[in-house]
Ligand binder design. Structure first.
Ligand code: FAD
Length: 430
C-alpha cells in the first residue's frame, strides 16, 4: 500500500490500472507465437568464476523447442528473414517522395554505403545497449518455448544462488557511501542519488518478482499431505511468500522489496509507452498473415492503453547535469552490463533462462529510456525511425524479452489482488 518510492503514483492506483486494463491485454498477447519463442544461449561459460557446478535438479531442465514457426526463425521465403526483424516501413513507400524517406536513400546510396550504414547501426545499437546480448547466430543459441517452460519453483538454492545475488548487490549495485562493511546496507539508500537508488530498486524489484513466482508456483507435492506425482503438483505456497516478505520475518524489509517490484513495473511500462511509435510500426512477423495482423492490432491497443496512464515514471529527472551525469550514465550502463553477464553463472537452466530474459527485458527498457532515441515529440519520431531504420534498432529478442519481463510484474499485481479479494492477509508497509 502507499506511494511507490521515487515515483508519484500509489500501489493501489497501479494495481487497479493493471488489473482492469493492462494484465488482460498483455496476458492474451503473450500467448501468441511472436512472443512465445525466445532465442537464448544457455550454454555460455560463467565469465567470473570457474567452480560453478550446474545443478542436476529435475525441475531446472529446459525443454527444447522443436516447432518454431519458420517466419520467426527467418527460414521461410528469402525475404522473410528481413521481414522478421525489421521495422515496418510505413514512411518509405514510393509515393511519399519526401526528402527523408528510405526510398530516397535507396536510390542515392550505393549498396556499399547501405551496408556501411548497417554496420554503423549495429555498432550504435551495441553502444546503446545495457546488456551483453547473446549472439543469436551461435550454434549454442536455441529457441525456447516460454509457455512450455514457465518460471516456477525449481529448488535452486544455497551457495550458488546466494553467490549470484551477493555478487549483484555487493559488487554491482551502487552502495550508500556511509556503508564501510563489504556487505552494503541498503536500508540507507536515501543517501544516494536518484540514479543509484533506481539501479538498486530495479534489481531488488526483479529479485522480488523471481521469488514471488517461485512461491506462487511451488512444488506442493513435496509437502506433507500431497500425493507424489511424476509431473509434480504445483500451486500457491503462502508460507513461502510470507517467509520472504512478511515485515516481521524480514526485519521490515519485505514490504519495501514489494514496493521495488512496483517501481520496476513503472519503469518498464514507461519504456513501452516511450517506444510506442517504434513498436506500433513493427511487423511482428511470424509468417502467418492472420495471426500477425491480430498481433499488430492487439499491440496497438495495448500500447494505447498504457500511453494513457497518468502517472508514468519520469526518466527525464535522471542523468541531468553535464559531464558528471554523463559519467554516471556510463557507469550505470557498465554495471548493468555486468549483471547481464552474471546471468551466465546461474547454475540452474530454468532460472538462467528466466533470469536472462528478465534482465534483457529490463536492459531493453533502459536502452529505450536512456539512449536518447525517443526524446523527440512522438509525431517527429516516426520520420526519424524511417530514415534511421538502420540506426536505432531493437532486435526481435529485445522486444520479446521486454514484453515478457513486463508480463511477469503484471501477473504479480493481478495475483496479489486476486488473493487479497479472497481474504489472504498481505504484508503492508509499517
Ligand atoms: P535469496 O532470494 O537467495 O536472497 C539472498 C539475500 O538477498 C536474502 O537473504 C536477502 O538478504 C536479500 N534479498 C532477498 N530478496 C530481496 C529483494 N527483493 N531485494 C533486495 N534484497 C533481497 N529459484 C526458483 O525456485 N525458481 C526460479 O526460477 C529461480 N530463478 C532464479 C534466477 C536467478 C537469476 C537467481 C540468482 C536465483 C533464482 N532462483 C530461483 C533462486 C531464488 O531466487 C533464491 O535464491 C532461493 O530460493 C534462495 O532464497 P533465499 O531465501 O535463501 O534468499
Amino acid at each position: 500500500k502507499g506511494v511507490i518510492d521515487d515515483c508519484s503514483c500509489s500501489v493501489e492506483t497501479l494495481d487497479s490500472f493493471n488489473n482492469l486494463k493492462v494484465f488482460p491485454r498483455l496476458n492474451s498477447l503473450l500467448n501468441h507465437n511472436f512472443f512465445r519463442y525466445w532465442k537464448v544461449n544457455l550454454k555460455k561459460d560463467c565469465p567470473f568464476w570457474e567452480d560453478d557446478s550446474r545443478c542436476a535438479i529435475r525441475f531446472c531442465s529446459v525443454q527444447p523447442c522443436t516447432d518454431v514457426p519458420a517466419g520467426i526463425k527467418g527460414t521461410g521465403s528469402p525475404s522473410d528473414k528481413k521481414k522478421s526483424s525489421k521495422l515496418k516501413d510505413k514512411n518509405s513507400n514510393d509515393d511519399c517522395g519526401g526528402e527523408n524517406d528510405l526510398g530516397y536513400l535507396n536510390t542515392t546510396l550505393s549498396q556499399e554505403s547501405i551496408d556501411g550504414f548497417e554496420r554503423w547501426a549495429a555498432h550504435d545499437s551495441v553502444m546503446d545497449s545495457f546488456c551483453d546480448l547473446d549472439d543469436e547466430s551461435s550454434a549454442d543459441s536455441e529457441y525456447v518455448d516460454l509457455l512450455l517452460n514457465p518460471e516456477r519453483y525449481t529448488g535452486y538454492n544455497g551457495p550458488s544462488a546466494h553467490r549470484i545475488w551477493r555478487s549483484i548487490y555487493q559488487e554491482n549495485c551502487f552502495k550508500p557511501s556511509r556503508s564501510s562493511s563489504p556487505y552494503a546496507d541498503f536500508s540507507n539508500i536515501g543517501d544516494m542519488c536518484l540514479e543509484k537508488r533506481a539501479f538498486y530498486r530495479a534489481i531488488s524489484g526483479l529479485h522480488s518478482s523471481i521469488n514471488i513466482h517461485l512461491s506462487a508456483r511451488f512444488l506442493l507435492s513435496d509437502k506433507e499431505g500431497f500425493v507424489e506425482s511424476k509431473e509434480g503438483i504445483w500451486g500457491l505456497n503462502v508460507e513461502e511468500f510470507q517467509m520472504r516478505f512478511d515485515p516481521e520475518l524480514t526485519g521490515g524489509e519485505g514490504p519495501l522489496r514489494l514496493k521495488n517490484l512496483y517501481f520496476v513495473y513503472l519503469l518498464e511500462m514507461r519504456a513501452l509507452a516511450k517506444a510506442a511509435p517504434y513498436l506500433e510500426n513493427m511487423e511482428f512477423y511470424t509468417g502467418n498473415e492472420d495471426e500477425d495482423r491480430d498481433v499488430r492490432k492487439a499491440v496497438g491497443d495495448f500500447l494505447n492503453v498504457i500511453k494513457g496512464f497518468p502517472d508514468h515514471f519520469e526518466e527525464g529527472s535522471m542523468f541531468n547535469g553535464g559531464l558528471q551525469a554523463s559519467k554516471l550514465k556510463t557507469e550505470f550502463r557498465e554495471h548493468f552490463r555486468n549483471v547481464s553477464r552474471i546471468m551466465d553463472c546461474v547454475g540452474c537452466d530454468k532460472c538462467r533462462l528466466w533470469g536472462k530474459l528478465q534482465i534483457t527485458g529490463l536492459g531493453t527498457a533502459l536502452k529505450i529510456l536512456f539512449s536518447g532515441n525517443f526524446d523527440q515529440p512522438p509525431d517527429q519520431q516516426l520520420d526519424m525511425f524511417a530514415v534511421k531504420q538502420t540506426k536505432f534498432q531493437l532486435s526481435r529478442g529485445e522486444v520479446v524479452s521486454l514484453f515478457n519481463a513486463f508480463g511477469r510484474y503484471c501477473s504479480i499485481s493481478w495475483g496479489i489482488s486476486f488473493l487479497y479479494t479472497r481474504g489472504v492477509e498481505w504484508p503492508v508497509c509499517p
